[in-house]
Write a protein that binds this ligand. Structure first.
Ligand SMILES: Nc1ncnc2c1ncn2[C@@H]1O[C@H](COP(=O)(O)OP(=O)(O)OP(=O)(O)O)[C@@H](O)[C@H]1O
Ligand SMILES: [Mg+2]
Length: 370
């Protein structure tokens, strides 16, 4: 097991800069989840750590050891690829144990290792098949098995659950979490799935266009996103963004949202110092759907800071546990998360509550958090 450091790491393919000065450091035993849109450089970053690509600039260290020039096979890293390259002419069992065999692990230990991972990954009946006789999701689990039988310093997983059906995906997510808790391994894990990112990560790195946007704990990323990109990328349904102004009335700050002659005024109970420079200016008001609900009062939940306002319901999208309720404010569609028993009805007006303790404000020009 080991810590991992990326120090000003850059990667260019010819003239195209795919990773721009990435600084990341995780401790021994951390579970780093990398997220970001397709093409932002996640797999490239894993390839650099694994040694399958060479960094154009910067330093990669495992523990105190600089590994930029260390051969991939000497890095003691196990990687599960996005494309789960399996040996086509070997059985599943052989695919999993081949690496161990090369390293001279005894027959008995190999059998035990393969039995353990096969059980964990629910692939016991498949051990004597060839990869061509497996579904995509089964192949993916075999590729994971091949990594899990080893005892590397670092595991790299590139979307290892992307081909699994919803149920198996959730099961495997729990298994990976258990495995990490049991082994305390250092893991770098790429996913598109936000729930996976939030539930698995000790820290999340959000990337866009080869630039690290934020590197923090899941809770901080969710509650205090650095910018509008991170705020919109993490969380589902996405955070609502509303053009507003920050005003001061009777010494108290408030968010004012224009609405043809009938503005919505949402007083702030408390405000960070950084808000003061924006009084009288335009801001982007960010609020997550769950902080925008049916009418509530402060006594419903101590510590919350509810402000009520009325709005017409446009569309409802019941999900079972909640009803996503679309309202229109200042020409924009806003999603509120409402309890189904409040029965929001399209076309009718309803009172909503905004929890002002859970809001974010952004600068409309820089898109950075205020
Ligand atoms: N060998 C290469 N030569 C040139 N460009 C490359 C090469 N490998 C990757 N790229 C480019 O680098 C960028 C990042 O690719 P990468 O595979 O790291 O993205 P990703 O974040 O893993 O995306 P996805 O989520 O789709 O897997 C892309 O624009 C890709 O086209
Ligand atoms: Mg990729």
């Amino acid at each position: 097991m080991a810590s991992l450091t990326l120090d000003k790491v850059r990667k260019a393919f010819g003239p195209v800069e795919v990773l721009k000065e990435i600084n990341l450091a995780i401790d021994d035993g951390e579970f780093l989840v990398l997220v970001g849109p397709s093409g932002c450089g996640k797999s490239t970053l894993l390839n650099l750590i694994a040694g399958l690509e060479t960094a154009t600039d910067g330093e990669i260290r495992i523990g105190d050891r600089v590994i930029n020039d260390v051969h991939p096979k000497d890095r003691n890293i196990a990687m599960v690829f996005q494309s789960y390259a399996l040996y086509p002419n070997m059985t599943v069992r052989k695919n999993i144990t081949f690496g161990l065999e090369i390293r001279g692990v005894s027959n008995q230990e190999r059998d035990k290792a393969v039995a353990d991972v096969a059980k964990l990954l629910q692939i016991e009946p498949l051990l004597d098949r060839k990869p061509s006789q497996l579904s995509g999701g089964q192949r993916q689990r075999v590729a994971m098995g091949r990594a899990l039988v080893r005892d590397p310093d670092i595991f790299l997983f590139d979307e290892p659950l992307s081909n699994l059906d919803a149920k198996l995906r959730v099961d495997m997510r729990t298994e990976i979490k258990k495995l990490h808790q049991r082994l305390g391994s250092t893991i770098v894990y790429v996913t598109h799935d936000q729930i996976e990112a939030m539930t698995l990560a000790s820290r999340i790195a959000v990337m866009k266009d080869g630039i690290l946007q934020q590197f923090d704990t899941p809770q901080n990323i969710y509650e205090r996103p650095n910018n509008m990109f991170v705020a919109g990328f993490i969380g589902s349904p996405s955070m609502n963004f509303i053009d507003a102004t920050l005003s001061e009335e009777n010494g108290k700050l408030a968010i004012t949202i224009p609405r043809n002659g009938n503005p919505i005024v949402l007083p702030l109970f408390e405000a960070p110092e950084s808000y003061r420079g924006y009084i009288g200016k335009d801001v982007v008001f960010g609020i997550r759907p769950e902080a925008l609900t049916h009418k509530r009062t402060g006594s419903d939940e101590p510590g919350s800071q509810y402000v009520n306002f009325d709005s017409k319901v446009e569309v409802i999208e019941p999900t079972g546990a909640d009803t996503m309720t679309v309202i229109e404010i200042a020409g924009k569609e806003i999603v509120a998360r409402v309890r189904p028993d409040r029965q929001p009805k399209p076309g009718e007006s309803m009172t909503f509550s905004a929890d002002m303790s859970q809001i974010s404000l952004f600068d409309p020009d820089t898109e950075l958090r205020i």
